[in-house]
Design a protein around this ligand. Structure first.
Ligand code: OGA
Ligand code: MN
Length: 282
């Protein structure tokens, strides 16, 4: 039987974060690289598959090879079929476009749940002429590079997270009713330092971080901003400038991400799938 030549070139794209894998669809969809991809994702935080041009069905299939397909909140599989989720600022394409504006600020997906999703997979379908890059930072690497004194200072701190805090970033004067709706989602208290089952530790920060427990508002904000500035600084971060057909997967448990501003009428469209979480915040 003839063997087809497959391509599998892995290169680093950022200092402590980001790898690009140049490969072909067949290799990706075969599932044979599952363990390698998962391992690399944990080590490098984000993996780019430049111009891989997967169709929606192929992206769904690829997602299934890596773990358990996660549905969007309130969405099951439709007629037994999984679907991709549109990331866009166009409310005609996604009625929740307004809520997605929280993504313009550094965040982890799923800080409102005990078990955040493991990873997100996002493909570009249409791009904005300017802006619209996606920034990533490695919160494992940022934690590991702290001094021992800083690690001791934050070791046992707990942080209250709330979705409404992240919405205030883009909508600072909401109506009373809107705030009430946001607040109905509640809050979630999470450790500032997440000790993973592997023993590795990462920082839990982002736009939903409301206040460090036991600290006054000013002191709390100083600490959260200092750590955000550190974690998102150059040595730990990678900016992805999208080409059409790129697909990116990020380890949502060891990174933060944000979208860079773009024209909301540009038609920028990303299709996202997600992997179910495998580990609760701890
Ligand atoms: C997301 C997200 C950023 C982007 O889909 O969770 O934050 O660049 N996207 O669209
Ligand atoms: Mn996000």
């Amino acid at each position: 039987m003839a063997t087809t030549a497959t391509r599998w070139d892995v290169i680093d794209v950022g200092p402590n974060i980001g790898s690009a894998i140049h490969t072909d669809k067949e290799t990706l969809l075969s599932g044979e690289k599952r363990d390698e991809i998962r391992e690399l994702m944990e080590q490098r935080g984000v993996i780019v598959f430049p111009e891989i041009n997967l169709t929606d069905d192929e992206q769904i299939e690829f997602t299934h090879t890596l773990g358990t397909f996660a549905h969007e909140v309130g969405e099951g599989s439709k007629d037994g079929k999984d679907s991709v989720y549109p990331i866009t600022m166009d409310p005609k394409v996604n009625p929740n476009a307004d809520y997605l504006k929280g993504a313009f600020f550094w965040h982890i997906d799923g800080t409102m749940s005990e078990m955040p999703i493991l990873a997100s997979i996002m493909s570009s379908r249409s791009l904005s002429k300017t802006g619209g890059e996606t920034d990533f930072c490695n919160t494992y690497a940022a934690y590991e590079a702290l001094s021992e004194a800083e690690k001791a200072e934050i070791e046992s701190l707990q942080v209250v997270h709330a979705m409404w805090r992240s919405q205030l970033y883009h909508d600072p004067e909401p109506s009373y009713d809107k705030l009430k709706l946001w607040q109905s989602i509640g809050k979630n208290t999470l450790p500032l330092v997440w000790t993973h089952k592997s023993g590795r530790k990462s920082l839990v920060l982002g736009a939903t971080a409301l206040q460090v427990e036991g600290m006054g508002i000013a002191e709390s904000e100083m600490l959260l901003v200092r750590l955000r500035e550190w974690a998102t600084s150059e040595p730990f971060s990678y900016r992805h400038s999208w080409k059409l057909g790129d697909m990116v997967i990020w380890d949502n448990t060891g990174t933060m991400h944000r979208a860079l501003p773009y024209d909301h009428t540009s038609g920028r469209l990303m299709h996202r799938t997600k992997l179910e979480g495998e580990e609760a915040f701890a």
